[in-house]
Design a protein around this ligand. Structure first.
Ligand code: SF4
Length: 182
């Protein structure tokens, strides 16, 4: 797998302060995609053990709430083996931090692929939140939090797998309001 960037203390791609890995490779090719530079799986930097160490250094920080996988598509077929190893390791090493992942696939499409792709099942069992679906320009929502168009959903993966239907995740940290004292 290759990647384009790692952003640190990111507040835009998931709840809290996060480290974000921007992988290479996407087969969806949504019109007006903001990240078309990441479509080519062969472009970018090799994802190595050193890259993992860079991510773990961020996850070691108390202020870091977790990791978000973006791109490109972390669930692009050729990325899945490396992503599976990564999320399994992170869940073991950092059980209190959350793993969010973007993908151009819908949850329903992924569920159909689970039976023929062991990596995919393990990925889904180890991530907390999935932001699913292709970007649709006609449904673009500039002010929507974390997603680009209204067809995309923020999904609680564990609950959705348990209940065999999509259960949405409601981000709450940012909505906590400090009581006003006078
Ligand atoms: S799935 Fe994401 S990265 Fe891929 S083409 Fe669509 S918007 Fe771009």
């Amino acid at each position: 797998m290759k990647y384009h960037n790692i952003t640190k203390a990111d507040m835009l791609n998931g709840e809290g302060l996060r480290v974000v890995l921007w992988v290479s490779g996407c087969s969806h090719k949504c019109p007006s995609c903001h990240n078309s530079l990441t479509w080519d799986e062969n472009d970018g930097i090799d994802f190595t053990e050193e890259t993992k160490k860079e991510l773990y250094k961020e996850l070691d920080q108390d202020w870091c709430d977790g990791i978000t996988l973006s791109g490109g598509d972390p669930l692009f077929l050729k990325n899945r083996a490396a992503i599976k190893d990564l999320v399994v390791d992170i869940k073991k090493l950092y059980p209190n931090k959350t793993i969010w992942s973007y993908t151009g696939y819908t949850f329903e499409e992924l569920k159909k692929q689970i039976h023929t792709d062991e990596n995919l099942l393990e990925i889904l069992e180890n991530i907390d939140v999935l932001l699913d679906g292709r970007f649709v320009i006609n449904l673009a929502r500039e002010k929507a939090k974390y997603v680009g168009s209204s067809n995309q959903r923020i999904i609680d993966v564990k609950k959705s797998l348990e209940n065999r239907k999509v259960i949405l995740y409601v981000p709450n940290k940012e909505e906590e309001v400090e009581p006003v004292t006078s």
